[in-house]
Design a protein around this ligand. Structure first.
Ligand code: ADE
Length: 249
């Protein structure tokens, strides 16, 4: 997958993408991330990227020309075949659709993504109307710019690409992939202080372990994020379990 990120602060991306799982994915050529400085697409002495809002008001607004030009420069590097597949051009903004595991999965199917990090008070509306194909928010709060949001999106997407997680690890069990939160995990030592590990996990009985995990995922989701259960794919006995768990103990 090719990911292009347009930003006013390229230096912010140095460390997150040169660490651990990410660096490995880049080294193995499973993903390529190119960071582009929007200021490189300005043509005045001061490399101006923003201006006062028409109609007045506080703050500055990102100008359209450098952003259109930066995206155009990327598109001219695409082969016609890639262009046909329509590369998503995603603006990170608190006004976007709320990011989720489902959206991460959807984005992971593309071979190329372009992310635009907004800044200042806003971005000229013509960028939204005529350039951007998708707008994503990572939560109902306002960050000082789209950079951290872009990192969150890229991280969640890249770990879903085939081969990025080790062979035994599976993103299919992740919290939210199944519509449920993940079951509790334990590792050695078997006894730590006075605290043991649930017997069933030591039993070697894989069917029982799978059932225990599924039940734990359900009860944990009910306890912490009950609204997720409405959309989870539960069978009848599991729905009955939810009803039993809801009864006061
Ligand atoms: N830029 C500023 N706040 C944001 C948010 N919550 N999500 C995505 N981009 C943003």
């Amino acid at each position: 997958m090719q990911i292009d990120i347009l930003t006013l602060f390229p230096q912010m991306f140095q460390s997150p993408f040169s660490t651990g799982l990410f660096q490995r994915a880049i080294d193995r050529k499973l993903v390529r991330v190119d960071i582009h400085d929007i200021r490189d697409c300005t043509h005045d002495k001061h490399r101006t990227v923003d201006d006062y809002p028409y109609g007045g008001g506080a703050g500055m607004v990102l100008k359209p020309e450098p952003i259109f030009e930066a995206v155009k420069a990327l598109e001219s590097g695409l082969s016609p075949k890639q262009e046909e597949r329509r590369v998503p051009i995603i603006l990170l903004t608190p006004q976007g659709r709320l990011f989720s595991q489902q959206i991460a999965l959807e984005l992971s199917k593309h071979s190329h993504l372009v992310l635009i990090c907004g800044h200042y008070e806003g971005i000229d509306e013509r960028v939204r109307e005529h350039l951007v194909t998708d707008e994503i928010s990572i939560g109902d709060y306002v960050l000082s710019g789209g950079e951290l949001a872009a990192m969150v999106v890229v991280d969640a997407v890249v770990r879903l690409l085939p081969g990025v997680l080790g062979s035994e690890a599976s993103p299919l069990d992740d919290s939210h992939t199944t519509g449920l939160l993940e079951y509790p995990q334990y590792t050695r030592p078997q006894a730590y202080r006075d605290w043991g590990v649930p017997e069933v996990l030591l039993s070697g009985n894989h069917a029982q372990i799978a059932e225990w995990r599924r039940q734990q995922a359900i009860s944990r989701t009910l306890e912490r994020r009950p609204e997720l259960l409405d959309k989870a794919n539960l069978c009848l006995p599991e729905k009955q379990l939810v009803e039993r768990l809801k009864q006061p103990q």
